[in-house]
Design a protein around this ligand. Structure first.
Ligand SMILES: Cc1cc2nc3c(=O)[nH]c(=O)nc-3n(C[C@H](O)[C@H](O)[C@H](O)COP(=O)(O)OP(=O)(O)OC[C@H]3O[C@@H](n4cnc5c(N)ncnc54)[C@H](O)[C@@H]3O)c2cc1C
Length: 282
């Protein structure tokens, strides 16, 4: 566990909001915008999901009070989607009301394919009223091109990612080249049709293609940004800033970091070797 925590420290701002705030201010001082993620997912107790809702509202108030240049990313399973869609909807409405008042942008992270239809349905319903709301589309899912077309039709705000969960060949592309091809087609469609596109990847080849597409099609800076995770390719984040692009860093904090770190380790196989080397050298 201690080795895992050593890895986690690179990717997690802190275990408490109080300690995450200085880390966020430091990122802001370098010109990086932030999106805060309160770690926690797949909540099955109503009491805990309500507690998470209150904590998210507290984070919004902290963003406002501390004048952080930050939005929030929210997993709907943290606030009740595993319990019932109606219960989750009530919780997210409470959050959106405060976020609108404080003018803070909210994005629904996208989770396992099982939760995609409900997450998008809640997004479409709330987006009619709350324009400070965005969703995420995962390039590995077969359904995603259809979804990005729908988001384009309502001029939605979308983050495009490759996809971090284990999905089967019934629902998703399984090879890197298929996923990369899908990512590019979603990205180019979104840059032309959505109101805003968050290009969330550490893949420098895709980033270069995005930059070329943006230039060729004269996409204004107000309609896109690059996004990366805390602790990954930090030099590239700063390089993009120096080239005049907007870059947002995804900053998770909290005690429930196991699921998040596990996904990061799966993406970067060398991390496994790093741990194994440490285990066997003891
Ligand atoms: C801002 C942001 C928000 C996200 N939100 C979601 C979401 O809501 N739902 C979801 O399913 N997924 C989400 N993801 C995760 C995403 O789906 C991918 O799993 C993750 O970004 C890795 O894919 P990649 O695009 O960076 O490309 P990859 O092909 O995985 O990586 C490209 C290169 O980036 C570097 N790199 C990638 N990962 C790591 C790592 N862990 N450690 C060190 N170097 C690494 C490596 O050099 C690698 O060669 C998000 C990612 C970002 C950046």
């Amino acid at each position: 566990m201690s080795l895992l925590f050593f890895l986690a420290k690179n990717h997690i701002a802190a275990e408490t909001l109080e300690n995450a705030v200085p880390r966020i201010k430091e990122l802001n001082s370098k010109g990086l915008i932030v999106t805060i993620d309160r770690l926690g997912e797949y909540e099955t107790s109503k009491k805990e999901a309500s507690k998470a809702t209150k904590e998210i509202i507290n984070i919004l108030e902290t963003i406002d009070k501390e004048r952080l240049n930050s939005s929030m990313s929210i997993k709907l399973t943290a606030i009740g989607l595993c319990i019932s869609k109606r219960f989750c909807f009530r919780n997210i409405k409470k959050i959106m009301k405060i976020a609108k008042k404080l003018r803070i942008f909210i994005r629904f992270d996208m989770e396992n394919s099982k939760y995609v239809p409900d997450t998008l349905d809640i997004y479409y319903r709330l987006y009619k009223k709350y324009k400070n709301l965005g969703c995420v589309i995962q390039a590995y899912l077969f359904r995603s091109f259809n979804d990005i077309e729908n988001i384009g039709k309502i001029k939605g705000n979308v983050r495009i990612v490759k996809g971090a969960y284990k999905e089967t060949s019934n629902t998703s592309f399984q090879t890197k080249s298929q996923i990369n091809k899908s990512y590019r087609s979603l990205l180019f469609h979104s840059l032309k049709n959505s109101s805003f596109t968050a290009i969330a990847t550490h893949d420098h080849l895709i980033i270069e293609d995005a930059k070329a597409f943006i230039k060729k099609n004269k996409i204004p800076k107000s309609r896109y940004e690059f996004q990366m995770l805390l602790g990954i390719r930090s030099n590239l984040q700063l390089k993009l800033i120096s080239q005049g692009y907007n870059v947002r860093v995804y900053v998770p904090f909290g005690k429930n970091w196991i699921g998040y770190i596990y996904r990061r380790m799966r993406e970067k196989k060398e991390n496994f070797w790093f741990i194994l080397r440490n285990v066997f050298s003891k």
